[in-house]
Ligand binder design. Structure first.
Ligand code: ZN
Length: 161
């Protein structure tokens, strides 16, 4: 079965940066399952997988524009220390936050000063070329419920509890 809109695709992948450092990998886990055509994964990877089939392996290099975007210095802000009250803040620590539009956002603590905490709201992989080694382990039709929700259900996917 080939990958096209409304297929559920499971991949094993290793993600490296320009210098060959491994940034992320599905090794040792069940793999990554996503709903093709639903923007569950970055556009550069989704586009490269279209038309491929179960058992195919490919190397995909993705520019920032097709991944997590360029870095934006306006995303670096100083916020009051009391926003982190009750948390032991450390430089380099990452937190999940929400934008005012309700989009999930990863923020990274850059510096801690007397008058505030400097945070960076750029995605940790913004501005980077991403290199994926991908093997497609399964392609199946999505269920109607998965199409309605826009994401994968089941062991490797999303669980409604
Ligand atoms: Zn769901």
């Amino acid at each position: 079965m080939q990958i096209s809109e409304n297929k559920v695709v499971t991949i094993d992948y290793t993600l490296k940066d320009d210098t060959g450092n491994v940034l992320d990998s599905s090794q040792g886990g069940p793999g990554l399952a996503y709903l093709h055509g639903a923007s569950n994964i970055i556009p550069g990877l989704e586009n490269a997988l279209a038309g491929k089939a179960e058992g195919d392996s490919l190397n995909v290099s993705v520019q920032p524009e097709e991944a997590y975007g360029q870095r934006d210095d306006s995303m670096i802000q100083t916020v009051p220390n009391d926003m982190f009250e009750g948390t032991e803040v450390q430089v380099g620590a990452q937190y999940q936050a929400m934008t005012p539009e309700g989009q999930p956002l990863t923020i990274t603590v850059m510096d801690i000063k007397d008058d505030g905490v400097v945070i960076d709201g750029n995605h940790p992989l913004a501005g980077q070329n991403l290199h994926f080694d991908v093997t497609i382990t399964e392609v199946r039709d999505a269920t109607q419920e998965e199409l309605d929700h826009g994401h994968v259900h089941g062991p490797e996917g999303h669980d409604h509890g």
